[in-house]
Design a protein around this ligand. Structure first.
Ligand SMILES: CC(C)(COP(=O)(O)OP(=O)(O)OC[C@H]1O[C@@H](n2cnc3c(N)ncnc32)[C@H](O)[C@@H]1OP(=O)(O)O)[C@@H](O)C(=O)NCCC(=O)NCCS
Length: 280
C-alpha cells in the first residue's frame, strides 16, 4: 500500500468517498478548499495502484485538524485507515504543530485512541429548520466585515481559520449573516451548501447577540432547505437552545478528540456552532 499527496485530479475520488458514505456536507468544493489551503495534508492511499482511502490534515498556526478519513469498504480492516492517520499526524507534526483535533465517529474512535487521541466532549449534530421572519438586526455579511470577523473569530476559536471563512463567504454569500446592533457586530453565522442541506457554522454569539435571531435568519434565507449544525456539548447554552427548537432533530454525535498538548481550542462559550467536523 502507498500513501501519497492528492493531486487536483484526485479530488473526484475524494468526493466519491464522502458521497459513498452519505456525508452530504462534504462536497467537492470542500476538498478544493482543503487542497488550495494545504495540498500536503490531502492524502490518498492506494492499494495495487487503485485508490482505496483518503484523509485530510489541516494546519492552522498552532493547532491542526484531521478529517475526512475514509477507506473504501472492500479495503477495510487491513490497516489502511491506521496508516493514513499516522501519515496525517506526521505531516502536521513536521509543521511543528503540537495539538491536533478531530471529530471522530463512534466506530472510528478506537483507531484514534490507538493513535494517541483522547476524548474531550461529544460533538452534537442537529438537523432541521424553523419557519420565521428575518429579524431586523440580521443582515448579509459583506467582504468588508471580514477583517473584524477574523479578529473576533481568532480570539474566540483560538487560531486563524480566516482562509476558510473567506472561502465560505465568497462561495456562499447568500448564507453568511451578521447581526449588528448600534453599529457593532454582535454575532455571525456562516452557512455553506451541501447536498440537499445548508451546513451552518461557525456560529458566534457575542455580548448582546441573539442566537435565535441568527438561526431564524439563516432558516429564512435557506428557504426551506434544512440546516445542519454541529454544537459541542460543553456549550450548555447552545445545546439548550438547539434542543428547545421543535424544527430540529438531534442526530448521531461524534467525539471531539485531541492529541498532544491540551488546548481548549474552540471551546469558548460564545462559539455556539462549530465550523466543520473536519477542520473545527
Ligand atoms: C474507520 C475506517 C477509516 C477504518 O479504516 P480501516 O482501513 O478499516 O482501518 P484499520 O484496518 O486500520 O483499523 C481497523 C479498525 O477500524 C475500526 N473500524 C471502524 N469501522 C470499521 C469497519 N467498518 N470495518 C473495519 N474496521 C472498522 C475498528 O476499530 C478496527 O479496529 P480492530 O481491527 O481492532 O477491530 C473505515 O472503517 C471507514 O472508512 N469507515 C467509514 C468512514 C468513517 O467512519 N470514517 C471515520 C470518520 S471519523
Amino acid at each position: 500500500m502507498d500513501i501519497r499527496q492528492m493531486g487536483r485530479s484526485d479530488l473526484d475520488f475524494a468526493s466519491f468517498c464522502t458521497e459513498t458514505e452519505g456525508w452530504d456536507s462534504e462536497v467537492r468544493e470542500v476538498f478544493e478548499g482543503f487542497h488550495t489551503f494545504f495540498p500536503r495534508g490531502c492524502l490518498i492511499a492506494e492499494k495495487e495502484g487503485k485508490p482505496a482511502g483518503i484523509i485530510v490534515a489541516t494546519p492552522y498556526i498552532d493547532h491542526g485538524f484531521i478529517g475526512e478519513l475514509i477507506v473504501l469498504q472492500g479495503y477495510r480492516g487491513h490497516g489502511i485507515g491506521t496508516a493514513l492517520l499516522s501519515r496525517a499526524l506526521d505531516v502536521l507534526r513536521e509543521r511543528g504543530i503540537r495539538t491536533i483535533l478531530l471529530d471522530g465517529d463512534l466506530k472510528a474512535v478506537p483507531i484514534y485512541e490507538r493513535g494517541g487521541f483522547r476524548r474531550i466532549c461529544r460533538s452534537l449534530r442537529f438537523n432541521g429548520s424553523i419557519i420565521c421572519e428575518m429579524n431586523g438586526a440580521i443582515r448579509p455579511m459583506s467582504l468588508r466585515d471580514l477583517a473584524l470577523i477574523y479578529d473576533i473569530d481568532r480570539e474566540l476559536f483560538g487560531d486563524d481559520r480566516s482562509f476558510f471563512l473567506e472561502k465560505c463567504l465568497r462561495n456562499y454569500p447568500r448564507y453568511c449573516l451578521v447581526e449588528e446592533k448600534k453599529g457593532r457586530i454582535t454575532g455571525y453565522l456562516f452557512g455553506r451548501k451541501g447536498k440537499g442541506l445548508i451546513v451552518a457554522g461557525p456560529w458566534a454569539v457575542l455580548q448582546r447577540g441573539d442566537p435565535m435571531a441568527m438561526m431564524e435568519g439563516l432558516s429564512f434565507v435557506a428557504k426551506g432547505i434544512p440546516l445542519r449544525i454541529g454544537v459541542l456539548e460543553n456549550n450548555l447554552e447552545a445545546v439548550r437552545l438547539m434542543r428547545s427548537l421543535d424544527g430540529f432533530q438531534e442526530e448521531e454525535f461524534s467525539w471531539r478528540m485531541e492529541w498532544g498538548l491540551p488546548s481548549g481550542l474552540g471551546d469558548n462559550p460564545c462559539l455556539f456552532g462549530i465550523g466543520s467536523a473536519a477542520r473545527g
